[in-house]
Ligand binder design. Structure first.
Ligand SMILES: Cc1ncc(C[n+]2csc(CCOP(=O)(O)OP(=O)(O)O)c2C)c(N)n1
Ligand code: SF4
Length: 278
């Protein structure tokens, strides 16, 4: 505890879910990650206060990256594993101790780039995990290389003439497998983050929540929107919130906009239930 500072215990209702001794955090001023984590923690808090979740059963598993740093700051049992391998580690944790509520959080590079194979197979198995992918459209921690989600034409440090690649529609990819829940939120609409996380926490099987986020330091710099408020307002203007949108509406398009909403909600048995039936 840092007595007398802004981090003093009791200063904020979510303090009980933060490792305040790890503060101040490493995130840049204006980064969207704090908003994302706030929404996630509020949803967990609601489920705990309703008696649907036990704090001691919540486990955060992350890889490496700015987004993955959440496991440093959230005050749950946690594993900060290898870049791209969080889902594999989380699968092992869930199988070993099924009573755990295992939550994977990572960047778009971590989850859909190097970790894409694990994402596919966890969704295929309807593995009982929540996977939160924070999309800031670049590899932020390592200085702004192209990610699978980088919009076409955007400058990155590895695409100095503009990204020639088509971005991966991760919502469509995951939806084509066997998950129970697929949603896209955005830090520009904080109640959605909490709402979708809250819903995911009440379900079984594979639950995937993409959170669009702002990285003014790297992505913002790349697209000429270095000012965090300008980047935030720009992303906000591109997000179209829809009630139960179809998966065909999920195509990420930096120019035309990105649809947020719950693309897929169903109640198939999760992996553990199917395993018990054998
Ligand atoms: C196996 C391995 N490869 C590469 C790296 C270097 N590395 C660390 S973080 C990172 C990318 C981070 O981007 P992302 O996952 O999108 O997260 P962000 O920082 O944008 O939140 C990379 C390539 C690493 N730590 N381990
Ligand atoms: S580099 Fe980007 S994503 Fe990472 S902490 Fe800074 S603003 Fe956030």
């Amino acid at each position: 505890m840092v007595v007398g500072s802004v981090y003093e215990r009791g200063a904020h209702p979510l303090d009980k879910y933060l490792r305040v001794t790890r503060l101040p955090h490493i995130w840049c001023p204006g980064c969207g990650l704090g908003i994302a984590l706030g929404g996630i923690l509020r949803a967990i808090d609601r489920r705990i206060s309703e008696g649907m979740l036990k704090k001691e059963n919540v486990v955060f598993v992350t890889g490496i990256g700015c987004s993955a740093r959440t496991s440093f700051y959230a005050n749950f049992d946690a594993a900060h594993t290898l870049h791209g391998r969080a889902i594999a580690f989380a699968t092992g944790a869930k199988l070993a101790k099924p009573e755990l509520d295992v939550i994977v959080i990572g960047g778009d590079g971590d989850i859909a780039g190097i970790g894409g194979n694990h994402l596919i197979h966890a969704a295929r198995r309807n593995m009982d995990l929540i996977v939160i992918m924070i999309t800031n459209f670049v590899y932020a921690m390592t200085g702004g290389q192209v990610a699978p989600t980088t919009p076409q034409g955007i400058y990155t440090t590895t695409t100095p003439h503009g990204n020639p690649e088509f971005p991966l529609n991760v919502i469509k990819l995951v939806s084509s497998l066997n998950p129970n829940y697929v949603a896209r939120a955005s830090v520009t609409h904080p109640p959605l983050v909490e709402q979708f996380m809250y819903r995911a926490l009440g379900m079984k099987g594979f639950r995937f929540v993409e959170i669009l986020s702002t990285c003014p330091e790297v992505f913002g710099r790349h697209v000429g929107l270095r000012d965090s408020v300008t980047l935030y307002n720009t992303l906000r203007s591109k997000v179209v919130v829809k009630h139960n949108p179809g998966v065909e509406e999920s195509e990420p398009d930096w120019e035309k906009g990105l649809v947020a909403g719950e693309f897929l909600v169903r109640d198939r048995p999760g992996y553990l239930e199917m395993l018990r039936r054998r």
